[in-house]
Design a protein around this ligand. Sequence first.
Ligand code: PMP
Length: 388
Amino acid sequence: MKSRKLLMIPGPIEFEPKVLQALGAPTTSHVAPNFIESFGNCIALMRKVWLAPTGQPFVVAGTGTFAMDMAAANLIEPNDNVLVISTGYFGERFAEIAKRYGANVTILASKVGDIVSLDDIEKALSTKKYKLLTITHVDTSTGVLVNPKPIAELAKKHHTLSILDGVCSVAGEEIRQEEWGIDVVLTASQKAVGVPPGLALLVVSQKALEVFNNRKTPVGNYYADFNNWLPIMKAYESRQASYFGTPPVNLIAALEVSLLQIVAEGMDNRFLRHQKIASAFREAMMALGLKLLPVHKNLSANTLTAVYFPKNTTGSIFLSHIGKNDVILAGGLLPSHKTKYFRVGHMGSVNNNDIIATIAAIESALSASKFPFEIGIGLKTALKILND
Ligand code: PMP
């Protein structure tokens, strides 16, 4: 198909045909037996994908920002101390959200492309009692990957709840919510979960629900209130219909299809596939002589890669060359560096062919920009890793 373009941005991503078919199927009633079954299944499947057998899933119409808002609205009360560990744009956003609910927010921000050290986190947790901390697993603005496991351990030690913004990581990066003791892991449908935009997805630990149940003040956001959504999740899970707000019927049907595919692949296989494809792409970029935005390749995410534009090129022209080769990539997002780098999403059902096509399009754009490099070296480097 001549008009077909490969969408390789960090969300929305390319979706599986069966997921899109579910989205395009006739819309049923939200109390129809087939929909009740799909919704109930989604809740059980989320526990498997999040690796959180006793967690409480929430499926609500909204975007990733709403998932962040929902976590904050329910777990923060005015004057609570909140520690935000920020590696970029979305860390800053979490701080803004927490402030809206009256939190005293402390931000521990990394340098661009770097992470916050565990020592600094431990120091902060030792000097003040924090009700909760937030971690951005993969900040989509920088492509930096944070290891949430030791941070969640520190949080537990200091009796602080941990919230993981997994919008750019759930179902792509390794997350073992229950084993690692993370209280909330949230995401949105349009990234590695593999469903078009429109669903906010959260899994909340029993401990966090207990903290919620002991609130002294009402939740300051009617739509986000767990009190409104918890009975709905429990009803559908026990295969009964219930109503608070009309569920996005087709998106939830599509979610069931995608979660079934994810579980069929197996979480360990899925994590490994993302790691291998990301490694092939990163090594290819470096072999071409391009520089990654993360200060060390070990800090680079497996769901997306942020790469500096080659010197002396105009980013928009470079990206339009890639577009002419039928691959769509994203520009920068971090305000201070916006025009200096581009981002490539490689998550969800991404396969070896997609990444090879993307590297080929980048090589073509480099040639067109008269950038000095050995043509084919990126492809060769990637193939070596992919074929291993
Ligand atoms: N957090 C992260 C890490 C993200 O990447 C995004 C979206 N790019 C969001 C939050 C916000 O999600 P949404 O755009 O769906 O509101």
